[in-house]
Design a protein around this ligand. Structure first.
Ligand code: FE2
Length: 381
């Protein structure tokens, strides 16, 4: 069972003013080696619909982007068309990975003014993009590694994604791919270097006005061999959550160090996607060919003693590899995919919440053995 601290929002003192009000996750943009093919991976395995496209045919010269949608989740896959572009260099160094976590705000100018006053590094000043569907204002700042946060103001826009993108047309004969029931992003996790976690916690607090939701130390998330520490930051309205992990000292290489070694620095470790029916979602993902972290049978044998009686069917959980965790507010069900590119870097979590606002930290410890087995198979332990 998790022993994380979860402040009750009714009793947590709120900052006097939320200087960076965030309305929602807008999208996540990935820089990838081959966006055309990656788009089909997300379509065929995750059940995303490819809705928009921009590239040579729409007047771009240096890149091509595909926009994928499933309910309220929007992913953008972008690739370089020339070897000297920042996208190509990003892929050379990091492999495929998240470039930008875009957040929707009502007023980008105001958001940038607020974070600039608090010493954010501005990568793109507020820029208005227009086409026949209306206009969007975008701006970007730096966060950990080469990752960005992009602010997006899109109330005056009716097009398929952003100005310049056109609707993506699948061939009429194409088999229809069913969505797997993923609804919205739950949280996005960053891995940072040893002793850098508090720097980035301070960044989210001081520059973006976020608050700390939870803290897990190496005593809670450790085995004989490896450990990690994690703090979770959330915006004033509780719309977005960013856990930040750093490796902790262990006898062997931790999973965070393995990520840092292959991503060549800090970056997004996993995106957790919320579903209303994890059993159905995981069944569909498995049928589509998605691979998940293997859960040892001993996990399910030990579960009732760890979390007490549960309403869910443990046999079905075991069959699908679904994990369970409980805290004082409720419970959650979750599962972790294998990395979704050849480097052992980015992976996904699928999560269903029943009252719990935690992150399944009890499972991290229970699963370390399994995670370490995978590392050993890769020759990285
Ligand atoms: Fe997570």
């Amino acid at each position: 069972m998790t022993t994380a601290t979860h402040p009750n929002p009714q009793t947590t003192p709120q900052p006097a003013t939320d200087f960076l009000p965030i309305d929602a996750w807008d999208h996540v943009e990935f820089f990838v080696g081959n966006a055309l093919q990656a788009a089909q991976y997300y379509r065929n395995l995750f059940g995303f619909e490819i809705v928009a496209y921009a590239g040579l045919e729409t007047g771009l010269r240096d890149r091509a982007s595909y926009v994928l949608k499933q309910n309220n989740i929007t992913f953008v896959l972008t690739t370089a068309l020339q070897p000297d572009s920042e996208i190509a260099l990003h892929c050379l160094k990091h492999g495929d990975g998240v470039k930008s976590i875009a957040l929707r705000v009502k007023d980008v100018e105001k958001a940038i003014r607020a974070v600039k006053d608090r010493h954010a590094t501005i990568v793109q000043q507020p820029t208005t993009l227009k086409d026949t569907h209306g206009e969007v204002v975008v701006a970007s700042i730096k966060t950990y590694g080469e990752t960005l946060h992009t602010f997006i103001q899109r109330e005056a826009y009716k097009g398929p994604f952003l100005p310049g993108f056109q609707k993506f047309e699948m061939p009429k004969e194409a088999r229809k791919v069913e969505p797997v029931g993923l609804q919205v992003i739950d949280h996005m996790v960053g891995n940072v270097e040893l002793r850098a976690m508090n720097f980035w916690v301070d960044f989210y607090r001081d520059v973006m006005g976020f608050e700390q939701l939870a803290h897990f130390d190496d005593k809670q998330i450790s085995t004989e061999y490896s450990a990690l520490m994690s703090k979770v930051m959330t915006d004033g309205k509780g719309k977005v959550k960013f856990p930040i992990n750093e490796p902790a000292e262990g006898r062997r290489k931790s999973q965070i160090e393995e990520y840092l070694d292959y991503y060549k620095g800090p970056g997004v470790q996993h995106a957790a996607l919320l579903t209303g029916d994890i059993f159905e979602t995981v069944r569909r993902l498995r049928t589509n060919g998605m691979r998940f972290l293997r859960v040892p049978d001993t996990y399910y044998e030990a579960l009732p003693a760890r979390v007490g009686p549960i309403k869910e069917d443990i046999n079905v959980m075991k069959e699908l590899g679904i994990l369970f965790d409980r805290d004082e507010e409720g419970y959650l069900l979750q599962i972790f995919t294998q990395p979704v590119q050849d480097r052992p870097t980015l992976f996904y979590e699928v999560i269903e919440r029943h009252g719990s606002r935690g992150f399944g930290i009890g499972n991290f410890k229970a699963l370390f053995v399994s995670i370490e087995e995978e590392q050993k198979r890769r020759g990285n332990l």
